[in-house]
Design a protein around this ligand. Structure first.
Ligand code: HEM
Length: 422
């Protein structure tokens, strides 16, 4: 494998990593398991609802940035989803293979939590969640507030008339990631480019492998810097507390978890939440005017928008869902979107209602792989969204809703561009 040795700043213009950019699509065609409705990005599409209503199991293609496409049994009901995600006989979809000799990909990188089951997963997960303590998250609160204010200042200066994705939804979580990893701020455009490619299903395998090599090289440099002098951040904590038992390669995998998982999901949620609130002005007023509702409001947005990548598992023995057989070796994929809407479909809970008593949801998954960064994600959303609408009470779209473009090529759903003025 050819791996670049100098990756402190990502070489964005390297022709080997030029991304095949998807045409901006105005139709919110997300992945089949989380397919959205016609021109509405907030609801499951009719095809998905039909599959949900049909009691028999269906197999759907699941795009995978490394493997192209994998067939998987679609799980859409919330109780089935919870049963699958909490049953250890459904293992992670693409398990780590210690004997792998081919080119490295995220699926065979040591330390990446979603590559492991059982005791190995528990061991890595304890270390990683130990670094995400409430103390550290609370300590980040003031930092995040400042980042939000700085970006709102910059938006105000640049406008009126900005793309809120480029000026707010993307940079905010990126800077938090840099804080978590002790990465220099000037690296953020490279981190954005690399993590977007990692989540894209519209690239060649070669592009993915090259991108992954650059990401691991970059992370290896950060790990080496923390080995020399552990910083006051998550990577520093891991080195201080577990540096003796973890190899550099494992630390690289754990760092990559944060770098990739903690960015696209949050920028997707911020952009889509702003769009949902602008489309429901009475709900927007609730969030802007009553701070005590921000926690419940964020839960409601997480439930409704369900931006997560496919939750894929593989049966390690013959199993059944609703008395229907799933064979050993078969993949299943959970539709978080459908599960979050399913129990309440065609009832008022299908729509956005920020005052609703929180409906339990699967936006962060369920069971042993449930999102390790969820408290941080909630905090960022609770700080960012009300502050945005307080600063710009007259925020409005400058293009018709139907012309909004979506990240249709990404495993994580979101708005591609959000032109606004005030
Ligand atoms: C709104 C933002 C976020 C959403 C919607 C989200 C969603 C999810 C979901 C659904 C899973 C479960 C995957 C599965 O079971 O297959 C997951 C796992 C994970 N998330 Fe998040 N996430 C978010 C933010 C973050 C952040 C900010 C971080 C870290 C900085 C993070 C790190 C992780 C990691 C490391 C895992 C793997 C956990 C394991 O396998 O044990 N996520 N996330």
């Amino acid at each position: 494998m050819s791996r670049r040795s100098t990756a402190r700043a990502f070489p964005l213009n390297d022709p080997r990593v030029v991304r095949k950019v998807a045409n901006a699509m105005t139709e919110p065609v997300s992945m089949p398991h989380n397919h959205r409705q016609g021109k509405c990005p907030f609801r499951p599409g009719p095809d998905l609802v039909e599959l949900h209503r049909d009691p028999s199991l269906h197999r759907v293609p699941v795009p995978n940035s490394q493997l192209g496409e994998v067939g998987a049994v679609l799980i859409t009901r919330e109780d089935d989803a919870r049963a699958v995600l909490s049953d250890a006989r459904y293992e992670v979809g693409f398990a780590f293979d210690p004997n792998w000799t081919g080119p490295r990909s995220v699926m065979n990188q040591p330390g990446v939590l979603l590559n492991y089951d059982g005791d190995e997963h528990t061991r890595y997960r304890r270390m990683q969640s130990g670094a995400f303590t409430m103390k550290r998250i609370r300590a980040l609160s003031g930092v995040i507030e400042q980042i939000v204010e700085d970006h709102l200042d910059a938006v105000e200066k640049a406008g009126p008339g900005v793309d809120l994705i480029k000026t707010f939804a993307e940079p905010l979580p990126l800077i938090v990631i840099c804080e978590l990893l002790g990465a220099p701020l000037e690296d953020r455009s490279g981190i954005l480019e690399r993590s977007s490619i990692a989540s894209s299903v519209d690239t060649t395998l070669e592009v993915q492998q090259d991108n992954f090599a650059a990401m691991t090289d970059y992370m290896a440099e950060l790990v080496a810097a923390h080995r020399r002098e552990p910083g006051d951040n998550i990577l520093g904590d891991l080195v201080r507390k577990h540096g003796a038992e973890l190899s550099d390669d494992e630390l690289v995998g754990m760092g990559l978890d944060v770098l990739v998982a903690g960015h696209g999901t949050l920028s997707g949620m911020i952009g889509l939440s702003v769009l949902a609130l602008l489309s429901h002005p009475e709900q927007l007023a609730i969030l802007r005017d009553d701070d005590s509702l921000s926690g419940g409001a964020v839960e409601e947005l997480l439930r409704l928008l369900a931006v997560a990548p496919p939750l894929v598992r593989q049966a390690n023995t013959d199993l059944s869902v609703n008395d229907q057989e799933i064979r050993a070796g078969e993949h299943v994929v959970v539709s978080t979107l459908m599960a979050n809407h399913g129990a309440v479909l065609s009832s008022p809970a299908d729509a956005l209602d920020l005052r609703r008593k929180p409906v339990p949801h699967l936006a962060f998954g369920y069971g042993r792989h449930q999102c390790v960064g969820q408290q941080l994600a909630r905090l960022e959303l609770r700080l960012a969204l009300p502050a945005l609408f307080r600063r710009f009470p007259d925020l409005r779209l400058t293009v018709p809703f139907e012309d909004i473009t979506y990240r249709s090529e990404s495993l994580v759903f979101g708005v591609k561009s959000l032109p606004v003025a005030w």
